[in-house]
Design a protein around this ligand. Structure first.
Ligand SMILES: C[S@@+](CC[C@H](N)C(=O)[O-])C[C@H]1O[C@@H](n2cnc3c(N)ncnc32)[C@H](O)[C@@H]1O
Length: 537
């Protein structure tokens, strides 16, 4: 730095821009006043085009872990455009802040759509509830005003994000154009269920708002909204499906946003960036390097779930984003050595062969010890049935004994790390020591050893699948916490020669990992538990 001069005034520089490390300054004031000019060069990436992937972000220099790569506001924020069964059946969504509401207690005074309360921050914030309010207030309202099904069928917040985008052509044409420039997968969507679902939402918007508007436009000889045909609406739904990034509100409610640069992050099941949102600054996203990134490497995030096996992730990516992932995990039949979808080979008529079957082609599972092959269809049928059994059991708040029974039943067919056993064991380790049927004081040495070994096995799996702890921080942190608590209790009961330094290290690792999710209620609660446990050391 000695020889560097301040980029603003030319004096000897004493600091540099920590983001790009290429601009030098003599003082904070100089750095601040240079930001307007420097911010355009501070970018650590370039936008390039790839034949298969389309546009992507590529590092334009070596980047250190922790560097902020993108920091930007959303073009638009809105409620989710698909609802799960529970949301569809029971709940309403606040038109202002998009939080879930259970009753129709309060309404927006202007448009009369359901809202959470008179203090709703969204009703006062023009970024959240604005131009659409002026628009939906002219809607017909529910056909049967006392019938809950009819009321639910009218206040369709799953159409709201598309409507907000459509209305941007009037409110902010620049933002509208920025969204229209995003990838829509228009051709790939044709004939898919996504297209059909969008079609149904478009019919709703036409019937209730767009057709009446068109009639009014004709009557008055004045066009208010030039673009409102089905083609543009399908394009908007395609853009939302392809680019929207989910945002978890503190309460756990998911909403989504469209971000101009972050939308260009490509997918990898082993991503190299992480991101978080700042709720206070209008859901600004900040994307950070999760590891050192070399010049020329693409920035990547994961569009899918880490704890799904390859076949399920691939199907999900194809169904929602229309491509096949070829990352290191996807092309490895053992899923990075975890055997997350590996089955035990049942062998031939002569008996089991003690081998394991992994997926070796798109259509087949092969054994590593004998010539047996099983079709993907067959595997899907068997694991589908097992999956149902696992889901059913876990939905019934089971006790440890019933989970152990199911693990015993499925174990002859599955690798110990198989994702179905993983799900059961992840619940089981949290129950041993806490469930009323098995508090710590009543656990046998075998129970303790079992809990500890399950935690250790699963920590290896999550470390392989999410080495930077950016996608399943909660799962990983829980495992480390449960391992630490188990070891601590074993030490208290003098069951084993436990190294308390290792217990402390586990808790510190758990704390570090969950700190990225401390903005969420669940994350905060876990962090509190870990901090309480750390007081003992
Ligand atoms: C959020 S957009 C990313 C930006 C997009 N590439 C563009 O040009 O606007 C998601 C789309 O990018 C493409 N894509 C992203 N990651 C990919 C990958 N790993 N392999 C192939 N295509 C990918 C797919 O077409 C996907 O639907």
């Amino acid at each position: 730095m000695d020889s560097e001069k301040c980029g603003k005034c030319g004096k000897v520089a004493t600091s540099m821009c920590i983001n790009c490390k290429t601009a030098f300054y003599c003082s904070r004031e100089c750095q601040k006043s240079d930001w307007k000019c420097h911010k355009t060069q501070c970018r650590s990436f370039e936008i390039v085009s790839d034949e298969k992937i389309g546009r992507l972000l590529r590092a334009s220099r070596d980047i250190s872990a922790g560097n902020i790569l993108i920091s930007e506001s959303p073009i638009i924020i809105g409620p989710k455009w698909t609802l799960d069964e529970d949301e569809e059946m029971l709940k309403f969504t606040c038109v202002g802040c998009f939080e879930t509401i259970n009753t129709l207690y309060y309404k927006c005074p202007s448009c009369s759509w359901p809202a959470c309360s008179s203090e709703c921050i969204g009703l006062l914030n023009s970024e959240l509830h604005d131009i659409e309010c002026q628009f939906i207030k002219f809607g017909n309202g529910p056909k049967e005003k006392t019938n809950i099904k009819s009321i639910k069928g009218y206040f369709r917040m799953d159409t709201m994000l598309a409507l907000k985008i459509l209305l941007l052509q009037r409110k902010n044409p620049k933002k509208f154009q920025a969204i229209m420039d995003m990838e829509s997968n228009e051709k790939n969507r044709l004939l898919t269920s996504n297209f059909k679902e969008a079609e149904e939402k478009i019919l709703f918007l036409e019937e209730n708002f767009l057709n009446p508007l068109e009639k009014a436009e004709e009557k008055n000889g004045q066009t208010i909204l030039p673009l409102k045909d089905r083609k543009i609406l399908h394009k908007i739904f395609g853009i939302i499906e392809t680019n929207a990034i989910y945002i978890n509100l503190q309460t756990g409610t998911e909403i989504c946003g469209l971000y101009p640069t972050a939308a260009l992050l490509q997918h990898s099941c082993l991503p190299n960036v992480s991101y978080k949102f700042d709720m206070k600054s209008g859901f600004k996203i900040s994307v950070k390097a999760a590891k050192d990134i070399k010049k020329g490497e693409a920035f990547s995030t994961s569009y899918t779930h880490v704890l799904w096996p390859t076949s399920v992730r691939q199907q999900h990516l194809m169904d929602t984003k229309y491509f096949t992932c070829n990352c290191e995990r996807c092309i490895d039949p053992t899923e990075l050595g975890t055997n997350f979808a590996t089955l035990r080979c049942i062998g031939s008529d002569e008996g089991p062969c003690n081998g394991f079957q992994t997926q070796t082609s798109k259509f087949e599972f092969s054994c590593n010890k004998c010539p047996i092959k099983v079709s993907m269809e067959h595997v899907n049928m068997i694991t589908g049935r097992m999956n149902e059994e696992v889901d059913n059991l876990l939905s019934l708040s089971p006790n440890p004994a019933t989970i152990e029974d199911l693990i015993e039943k499925l174990s002859p067919f599955l690798h110990p790390n198989h994702y179905l056993l993983f799900n059961l064991k992840h619940t089981l380790v949290q129950l041993y020591g806490k469930h009323k049927d098995s508090p710590y004081d009543t656990l046998s040495i075998d129970n303790y050893k079992r809990k500890l070994s399950m935690c250790e096995e699963m920590i290896k799996v999550v470390t392989a699948l999410d080495p930077l702890s950016i996608r399943i921080a909660f799962y990983t942190s829980i495992l480390l916490y449960e391992k630490a608590m188990c070891m601590y209790e074993m030490h208290k009961h003098k069951y084993d020669n436990i190294d308390l330094n290792e217990v402390k290290k586990c808790l510190e690792d758990a704390k570090k990992i969950i700190s990225v999710e401390e903005d969420l209620t669940e994350g905060k609660q876990l962090l509190q538990k870990i901090e309480n446990a750390l007081i003992k050391f």
